[in-house]
Write a protein that binds this ligand. Structure first.
Ligand SMILES: [Cu+2]
Length: 452
């Protein structure tokens, strides 16, 4: 008998033995291949659980969370306070949708900490909010019981140590899991970036050169310092009046694919039309839905990068569909998950739902590049993000004369709202533009904080 069959028989034998020894209807129904019937479960076991006050009484603190009043001295404590708020936000097509948000913005605020920090996270639900919310933080390692619903007019705090570096989703857990899909797919998601305690690694890029008439490998190394972006992918499943359509979600019928909350949010706006085409109403990009340069918190924008600059993307798939992350015109020089390098030099990297990557890229030539989810349905429903590398249109001279800067990027900021610290190896953050969908109140609040 080969090993594979031997293993299957062993498992079957153990299962049959268990069924015989314990008379378990659960084991028997599994062996018979029929659907588990709760009504046939051992009533005494269920009664015993009830007598103990339910499973929650048995399980709390089964896994070590940090008690907020017993934090080891020496650890840095980072407070992270968010609210759960429903609101209307604009979407492509001149409409609005019934958004659910952390703190009035989609994505929610980015939490950035260093490995080993304690995060003290508080979710507050305003009294006038119509539904409870919850908070599931993927950077923590604690009992799922912590992620239960928080009622309107109340708040909940928990503490955890950010032990593992990387990018992590946080999201609303609905009302004790019920409607979690609706809350997340309506906008209740964000990321935590946990910077490695030893900083990021320098980047190696594969090149070749001609040396003495021979083509040889020419590995080039870049400082860990980088221009940083966060890109978060998700879907909207909407009814005609902007409500959440669970039927469409179940059938995977995407209404719009959003990047940082916006479908096609990183495409030219009327300023670029004017500068490049001489007419603010003459679109450069075939799909250009967010033209106004005035709509500060949800204007479309190009993302500017210097040629030959080390760029670090923090990417999270917040959604319900796979993301085949690719940059039209470039090779991803390095893919890191947690602090382990997964690939060096790859065309596309697949992210399943709630999966992340740190992509390091150096753009070799000036020009226009497009980051996509290389699923054609995703591209044409919103997952196209345009970068301008170098200054192929001569915009820097026109837009950045005072003070002169190497790239227009430094005047615009980039789509990271990860406020200090930027990590020991990060460059000083450019002036922050508001990228994503923000309520007017939230945008005004952040602009005031930043002095922009
Ligand atoms: Cu919620």
């Amino acid at each position: 008998m080969n090993k594979r069959y031997s293993m299957i028989f062993t498992i079957a034998a153990v299962a049959a033995l268990s069924a015989t020894l314990f008379g378990s209807t659960y084991t028997q129904t599994q062996l018979a291949g029929t659907t588990l019937d709760a009504s046939k479960m051992d009533v005494d076991v269920l009664q015993a659980i009830r007598d103990m006050g339910g499973l929650e009484l048995v399980m709390p603190q089964a896994f070590a969370a940090v008690e907020c009043d017993k934090i080891e001295s020496g650890r840095n404590v980072v407070e992270f306070n968010v609210t759960g708020e429903s609101t209307e936000l604009p979407i492509m097509g001149g409409k609005t949708y019934h958004a659910m948000t952390f703190s009035g913005q989609v994505p929610g605020p980015t939490l950035r900490v260093t490995q080993g920090d304690v995060v003290m996270m508080t979710l507050t639900i305003p009294a006038d909010e119509h539904t409870p919310h919850g908070n599931d933080m993927h950077a923590s390692q604690m009992s799922a019981g912590n992620f239960g619903k928080v009622l309107p007019g109340s708040s909940k705090t928990y503490c955890y140590v950010a032990e593992v570096p990387g990018v992590y989703k946080y999201h609303c857990s609905g009302v004790d899991v019920a409607a979690m899909d609706q809350h997340v797919l309506s906008g209740m998601y964000g990321i935590t970036i946990v910077d490695p305690i030893d900083g990021y690694k320098k980047l190696m890029v594969e090149k070749t050169k001609v040396d003495g008439g021979q083509v040889v490998v020419d590995r080039q190394f870049y400082s860990p310092d980088a221009l940083e972006f966060t890109l978060q992918y998700n879907q909207l499943y909407l009814t005609d009046d902007g409500g959440y359509d669970m039927g469409k979600m179940m059938k995977h019928e995407t209404s719009q694919t959003v990047v940082n909350g916006m479908a096609l949010g990183y495409v030219p706006n009327e300023t670029h039309n004017e500068l490049i085409n001489g007419d603010k109403n003459k679109n450069i990009f075939v799909l250009q839905p967010w033209n106004s340069a005035d709509l500060k918190q949800y204007q479309s924008q190009l993302l500017f990068i210097e040629q030959g600059q080390h760029v670090r993307f923090f990417i999270e798939n917040q959604g319900n569909e796979p993301v085949y992350w690719h940059i039209v015109g470039e090779i991803i020089d390095r893919v890191t998950q947690a602090n382990r390098v997964q690939a060096q030099g790859t065309e596309t990297w697949l992210l399943g739902g709630s999966q992340n990557m740190i992509a390091d890229v150096v753009f070799d030539e000036p020009g226009v590049y497009v980051a996509v989810n290389h699923d054609y349905a995703a591209i044409f429903s919103g997952a196209a993000t345009i970068f301008v590398v170098g200054d192929p249109f001569g915009l820097n001279e026109k837009l950045a004369v005072d003070p002169p800067v190497a790239s227009y990027a430094y005047l615009l900021g980039n789509p990271s709202d990860a406020l200090p610290p930027m990590g020991m190896n990060s460059i000083a953050h450019p002036k922050v533009n508001l990228h994503g969908l923000y309520t007017d109140a939230r945008a005004a609040e952040i602009a005031a904080e930043l002095g922009i």
